[in-house]
Write a protein that binds this ligand. Structure first.
Ligand SMILES: NC(=O)c1ccc[n+]([C@@H]2O[C@H](COP(=O)([O-])OP(=O)(O)OC[C@H]3O[C@@H](n4cnc5c(N)ncnc54)[C@H](OP(=O)(O)O)[C@@H]3O)[C@@H](O)[C@H]2O)c1
Length: 326
């Protein structure tokens, strides 16, 4: 069986969750981890069983044998970290949001193409079984034409000036951290909107909450609420001319999707518990692509990643929001 040498950059919260899933993949060899300090790199390597560790991202990129690198640093660092990996001939799976704006994303993806390397935004939602089932139901015409999407992603998170979420210099704000999921779902199902109506509550130079409506010429619209200030159910409802689908709670990683007819009667329920912790599906997607020599994933194509970044640029422009060195 073809195995792949994995590297990880950044040893924060999601890197731990991802490594826990990676450890269980029989196609993954846990090769190397990079942190900004030797201590954290060593601790992470010991915890998950990586063979090598580096106290510098550059040293890791230049010296390690890793073939595919998972980048789990704050948004504002993704561009430099991913560039470093590509420069050193490494394939990349980079956390969302891929960069802080579409200009950076386009430059990075063009560089990946030039280097002929695999590059995927770690949009795990699109790799999950319930999400795929939802798309199957829609493609089979079971809800008819989509008229309305209602999706929210808002968690109450106490303010912490050191947390990347609240720091403009780290690419913080709820749009890039949470809003990307509702926008990705809407764009995946309805494409580019004809009009964006949005508003944000800005504080500390970032959006603490936002509300976004995408309007389409055919009359369809999507309504999205995102934030760090209030707790919502984080559900999605996709409603069409023949019925509707609900995903939730936490639509982006839900274990359950329900299909209803137009009268509200349940027609089908799809339930799928995770084998590990939910990140195994995107890991399998990366392996599947590498196995057949694909440079981008058909589930998370570069064109979608760019389109979603452009939509987020437009929202931020409506709020006058600039990040890091923009
Ligand atoms: N797919 C998902 O479900 C999911 C969930 C949560 C987050 N994410 C994404 O994953 C990325 C990381 O999120 P996280 O919640 O894991 O963040 P986190 O806990 O703050 O960890 C980020 C790590 O990046 C490194 N880093 C490099 N430069 C940094 C800087 N200037 N400030 C702080 N840390 C820095 C640090 O590792 P070292 O000190 O070891 O270098 C740090 O531990 C984000 O892009 C986020 O959107 C995805």
């Amino acid at each position: 069986m073809q195995k792949y040498k994995w590297g990880v950059i950044g040893t924060g919260k999601i890197a731990h969750t991802f490594a826990a899933a990676l450890k269980h993949s029989e196609k993954a060899e846990l090769c190397a981890v990079a942190s900004r300090t030797d201590e954290r790199a060593k601790k992470f390597a010991e915890e998950f069983g990586f063979s090598e560790y580096y106290g510098s991202y550059r040293e890791f990129a230049e010296k390690s044998d890793a073939e595919i690198v998972y980048i789990a640093t704050p948004m504002a660092s993704h561009f430099d970290d991913a560039w470093l990996c590509l420069e050193n001939g490494k394939n990349v799976l980079c956390e969302k949001s891929l960069t802080i704006n579409s200009a950076q994303t386009k430059k990075l993806l063009a560089f990946a193409k030039e280097k002929d390397l695999f590059f995927m935004e770690a949009m795990w939602m699109k790799c999950r079984p319930v999400y795929k089932k939802m798309k199957e139901w829609i493609a089979a015409g079971l809800i008819g034409d989509i008229e309305y999407i209602k999706v929210d992603f808002s968690n109450f998170i106490p303010y912490d000036p050191n947390d990347r979420l609240f720091r403009a210099d780290c690419g913080g704000g709820c749009l890039l951290d949470l809003g990307i999921y509702p926008i990705t779902l809407t764009h995946d199902l309805l494409g580019m909107p004809d009009e964006i109506i949005s508003s944000a509550h800005m504080m500390y130079g970032i959006d603490m909450s936002n509300t976004i409506i995408f309007r389409y010429k055919n009359g369809a619209f999507s309504s999205m609420d995102n934030g760090f200030e209030i707790q919502l159910r984080n559900n999605a409802v996709i409603s069409g001319t023949k019925g509707f689908i609900t995903l939730g709670n936490w639509f982006h990683c839900t274990h359950e999707g329900i299909l209803y007819d137009r009268s509200g009667k349940e027609a089908e329920r799809f339930v799928r518990k995770d084998d590990i912790n939910g990140y195994e599906y995107e890991i399998a997607e990366v392996h599947g692509c590498l196995d057949v020599g694909l440079k981008e994933s058909p589930l998370v194509p570069h064109s979608d990643t760019i389109a979603v970044m452009e939509l987020m640029d437009q929202c931020r422009a409506q709020w006058g929001m600039k990040l890091a060195n923009e």
